[in-house]
Design a binder for this molecule. Structure first.
Ligand SMILES: Cc1ncc(COP(=O)(O)O)c(C=O)c1O
Length: 379
């Protein structure tokens, strides 16, 4: 057991929010030959690694099809296009998420209909979803925030009763489970992001859509290549949403390590939970009993969030606020007519939460240092 210094007595350390170089250094000898092989082949678009990676992610998630795409944003957009979401349609989602969730709905001329979150999990509240369904509702888009799956039993029950498709925004949650089922595998489609800071991070942008519906999978496959089949004969209007062969090859190597990285994140979270237990002003993450989180983020809540954050910055500790302004309050969504105070749980979360470093390569000493400084601030 390594020595864990008591709070307040540690020597100054640097603890970044994320250390991508540490992971790269550990995998460099595996990654570089694979990347070189793709470059030597010059099959840079639709090379064999793309199909291989799609099959690997589909298998890992427990679904029939995987469709590699250019980003998590394009995964959401392509899924909505495949489901024929169009102007005048309403899609129910959460205001406490990354912009792309609602942005992809608006880009198709449809209306994001925001509903409040469960203040404990920060995920969409199914009771609020039920209350927001109208004759114009065409889909439900829950987000599995910070690595924890939303209550998919309740969401699917609501959707199935009205034959509504469900698009899981699982961009932060690949590998997380709800009652033993993987994120992305419970709705009509699931969308993943391989943005470098995700648990499965690429060497740039990338994403994937997973589904058990083979016909829908084929439609998304067409859409990501301008709807062409065969080449230059366009059946439907799509876009260029392809995943590069280089990204697929890089991610195939990393996928083998995903489970152990997510396990390390869970261990780190358990350490923080234990070390922060006595800090009465701080609320540590709540993981519902039906869930196994992948802790893409470890988000704590405290009323003096902004002061804590600047204190931690001064102590060499990286933090981030996901997200400081809810989507219904964003300037670009002013025309939706939402008001401040409309989604109190989401707004309170935006004001009180902050993410601490949780990446797999963190040391026990670093975790003890961060927890010690959180205690020191609250003394
Ligand atoms: C919840 C959520 N949705 C969508 C996205 C968009 O993914 P990308 O950045 O790969 O486009 C992200 C990632 O940043 C995300 O966290």
């Amino acid at each position: 057991m390594s020595s864990v210094l008591s709070p307040g007595t540690e020597a100054r350390m640097q603890v970044p929010l994320l250390d991508l170089k540490a992971q790269y250094r550990a995998l460099k000898s595996e990654l570089l030959p694979v990347m070189e092989a793709v470059l030597e082949s010059q099959q840079l678009i639709n090379g064999p690694a793309v199909k291989e990676f799609e099959q690997a992610v589909a298998k890992y998630s427990g679904v029939a099809c995987g469709i590699g795409v250019s980003s998590g944003t394009d995964a959401l957009l392509c899924a909505l296009m495949a489901l024929n979401i169009a102007p005048g349609d309403e899609v129910i989602t959460t205001p406490f998420t990354f912009f792309a969730t609602a942005g992809s709905i608006s880009r198709l001329g449809a209306k994001p209909v925001f509903v409040d979150i469960d203040p404990r999990t920060y995920n969409i509240d199914p009771a609020q979803v039920a209350a927001a369904i109208t004759p114009r509702t065409r889909a439900i888009m829950p987000v599995h925030l910070f690595g924890q799956v939303a209550d998919m039993d309740q969401i699917m029950a609501l959707a199935n009763a009205r034959s509504l498709p469900v698009i899981e925004d699982a961009c932060q949650s690949i590998g997380a489970t709800f009652k033993g089922r993987r994120a992305g595998a419970m709705g009509t489609v699931g969308c993943f992001s391989f943005f470098p800071s995700k648990n499965l991070g690429g060497a740039g942008d990338g994403g994937m859509i997973v589904t058990d519906d083979k016909a829908l999978g084929e439609r998304m496959n067409l859409l990501r290549g301008h709807g062409a089949k065969p080449k230059y004969y366009h059946k439907i209007i799509g876009g260029n949403f392809r995943l590069d062969t280089l990204q697929a090859a890089y991610l195939l190597v990393k996928l083998k390590h995903l489970e152990s990285w997510s396990e390390r994140r869970r261990q780190n979270a358990a350490r923080y939970d234990a070390l922060l237990r006595g800090c009465s002003e701080v609320t540590t993450p709540y993981i519902a009993p039906s869930n196994i989180s992948i802790y893409n983020q470890y988000v704590i809540r405290t009323p003096r969030r902004d002061e804590l954050r600047s204190f931690l910055t001064d102590q060499g500790i990286g933090t981030e606020i996901y997200y400081p302004l809810c989507l219904h309050e964003q300037e670009c969504f002013a025309d939706l007519g939402c008001t401040k105070g409309q989604f109190p749980h989401a707004e309170k979360a935006a004001a009180e939460t902050v993410a601490l470093p949780i990446y797999p390569e963190l040391t026990e000493q670093q975790i003890a240092y961060v927890a010690g400084k959180v205690h020191a601030f609250h003394q």
